[in-house]
Design a binder for this molecule. Structure first.
Ligand code: DHE
Length: 584
């Protein structure tokens, strides 16, 4: 085991990552040094890859429009959606970045835009030109493109969805009992990001049971309450429903619910198990409730509307995380740009009732506390976490996390020796790991406060993980620029968290994987059903070898390395039991 001191570079990204791809007012920073270019935060802004593929035309010309061919406009539009829309919005009306509508860009003029794109700004706009990511020609093209009106991408309503909806195996033709010998509850669905596939891996033998084609740049998997069906979402907004009873498990239905999406979930409340699925889109800004058995789209709801605090209209509020309430027949839908949490009552979708909770802008990912009652969601660009009471349908509190850009995944629930039950998040922008008290009944003095902060390995952390049976808290740092850090995981001993300045053990996971090529990043720990081992993805470039490293949770020793040529760019892993029961 490597010692912590050798690897730790605590404040590595604290300042560099404070701002993430924001265009601020003021002049471009011509003197901007190269290292200001792409912080982990900037690199982690959404890329609208599938939206970029749509064909667009130059909107009606204005007399003083710059000259641009249709082909150039198309190319510039692709670059814009892939690199800029995540911050500045598909319609250029602004998100975490400033608006780039033509009233503003024309006021600033071509040269200003060209320099801004070339050199970036100290506040976080990447230096696309001087970093070499865009050529001089491309920068010139982008500056001219921004002086023209944007071409709004098409909507995607029920008619379009129905055209993509396929029931591959109708319910009546599906098996009536489990046809395979797989221990489904200990199966892992592993995202193979760059091949648009998932691998289903047996939690005991570590064998790949099957590989299934899913949507483009597939993102996450969620499991139906019964554990039989697996729902997967691609960034192209394609939902794939897999029947785990089939031999081998295979897709039984699919549908596209938009052009860009990130989240999917299924109904979990008693009496509603497996009844509905829901998916949320980045574009168009909407969520869709589907039949849980066939994926037939039943209800499409737009999220366009007013920002919770300024009460100004936002044209494209993206749907971020979605979870299913355990207390009511409700989905908890988190809307990024308007900062609202929607409690969508699915008990009567013909007369849909939604409770709209004011939370905080830029909601992203989150998870439940250990009781399953409180949902904690990161408003990452605001350095805050909002706590939602899913029993009362109310905001409990918005908490400053004390770090830069919290990114919990679903977070981790542990019992702190002093503060009782706490929920944990790490941060993209710095090394802070924040522990938030979650027990208003037995530990009211600590509830909804950051009771302790730990130092992880550095900025660029994406996920934390623990398990009720484990005495460890695991913190990754895959987006840290330092290869040694991004290839390692920090592990805190929960029993020792009441000691002064608890130090983690550092596990050199990438080294254990024994991959000589590339700079693989170690990402997202996921426990097996028993909670006695934790799996980490060793995520390399598409053409290079990747792996999954299995760690014994008791001894923190290497238990197994899964290597297989089908394991291309593994990232998220979803253990069937833990995912359907919200254990993390
Ligand atoms: Fe994710 C969850 C959005 C990039 C791996 N990611 C989420 C969720 C959202 C989101 C909204 C919560 C879903 C939910 O719970 O319903 N992710 C985005 C982005 O917008 C972003 C920043 C950029 C993009 O263009 O997509 C992005 N995500 C990534 C990655 O690059 C990761 C590391 C690798 C990959 O496979 O794409 C990645 N995201 C994950 C994982 C989860 C996730 C593994 C689920 C964590 C969990 O524990 O549930």
């Amino acid at each position: 085991m490597t010692s912590t001191s050798a690897i730790r570079k605590p404040a590595l990204l604290a300042t560099a990552a404070i701002a993430f791809a924001l265009v601020t007012s003021g002049a471009p920073a011509k003197e901007k040094p190269k290292e200001h270019a792409n912080t982990p935060s900037a690199a982690y802004e959404p890329s609208m890859n599938t939206l970029s593929q749509i064909k667009v035309e130059i909107p009606g010309r204005k007399p003083d429009d710059p000259v641009m061919t249709a082909d150039e406009y198309q190319q510039a539009n692709e670059i814009y959606f892939e690199r800029c829309a995540g911050c500045h919005g598909v319609l250029r009306k602004g998100a975490t970045g400033k608006p780039l509508t033509t009233d503003i860009t024309r006021e600033n003029g071509y040269e200003y835009l060209r320099d801004f794109i070339t050199y970036g700004s100290p506040a976080g706009m990447p230096n696309w030109g001087t970093s070499g990511q865009l050529s001089e020609k491309q920068v010139d093209m982008m500056a001219r493109y921004l002086l023209l009106d944007p071409a709004p991408p098409p909507e995607f309503g029920m008619a379009e969805m129905k055209k993509t909806w396929k029931v591959i195996v109708p319910p009546e033709k599906r098996p009536t009992k489990k046809m395979n010998d797989i221990d489904i509850d200990n199966l892992f669905s592993v995202t193979l990001r760059d091949t648009g596939q998932i691998a289903l891996i047996d939690g005991k033998s570590y064998q790949i049971k099957t590989v299934i084609k899913t949507g483009y740049a597939v993102h996450i998997s969620r499991i139906s309450a019964s554990g039989r069906y697996l729902y997967v979402i691609g960034r192209d907004a394609k939902v794939t429903m897999v029947d785990l009873w089939m031999n081998p498990p295979a897709p039984v239905a699919e549908v596209k619910i938009g052009t860009e999406a990130r989240s999917v979930e299924t109904s979990k409340f008693k009496g509603w198990e497996d009844k509905y699925a829901i998916a949320g889109a980045y574009w168009p800004p909407q969520y869709v409730i589907m039949d849980g058995n066939t994926l037939e789209p039943l209800k499409v709801e737009s999220t366009r509307g007013m920002i919770y605090d300024t009460q100004e209209y936002h044209p494209e509020p993206r749907v971020a995380s979605i979870v299913a309430s355990h207390f009511k027949p409700e989905f908890v839908v988190n809307v990024k740009e308007t900062g609202k949490v929607l409690m969508v009552d699915y008990s009567d979708i013909k007369n849909l009732k939604t409770t709209e909770i004011e939370a905080e802008r830029f909601l992203h990912d989150g998870g439940f506390d250990r009781t399953g009652r409180y949902f904690l969601v990161a408003a990452n660009a605001r350095n805050k976490v909002a706590v939602i009471d899913t029993k009362e349908d109310k905001l409990v509190k918005v908490i400053e996390t004390g770090g830069v850009k919290p990114h919990p995944g679903r977070g981790a629930n542990i019992i702190h020796p002093k503060y009782g039950p706490v929920w944990v998040t790490s941060h993209l922008g710095d090394e802070t790991v924040s522990l938030i008290g979650t027990d208003p009944v037995n530990h009211p003095q600590y509830a909804w406060k950051v009771v302790e902060t730990l130092e992880g390995l550095g900025g660029g952390s994406l996920f934390v993980k623990s398990h009720p049976g484990s005495n460890h808290l695991y913190v990754d740092a895959p987006l840290n620029p330092d290869a040694e850090i991004s290839g390692s995981v920090a592990v805190f001993n929960i029993d020792q968290l009441d000691q002064e300045n608890p130090q983690p053990t550092v596990l050199p996971i990438a080294e254990w994987a024994g991959i000589p090529e590339g700079q693989p990043r170690v990402v997202q720990g996921e426990f097996n059903q028993a909670g006695n081992e934790i799996w980490f993805s060793v995520w390399n470039k598409k053409a290079l070898t990747s792996a999954i490293v299995v760690v014994d949770d008791k001894t923190l020793k290497l238990k197994h390395v899964i290597k297989d040529k089908r394991l291309v760019t593994p990232t998220g892993k979803f253990n069937v039991y833990n995912t359907r029961k919200d254990i993390y």
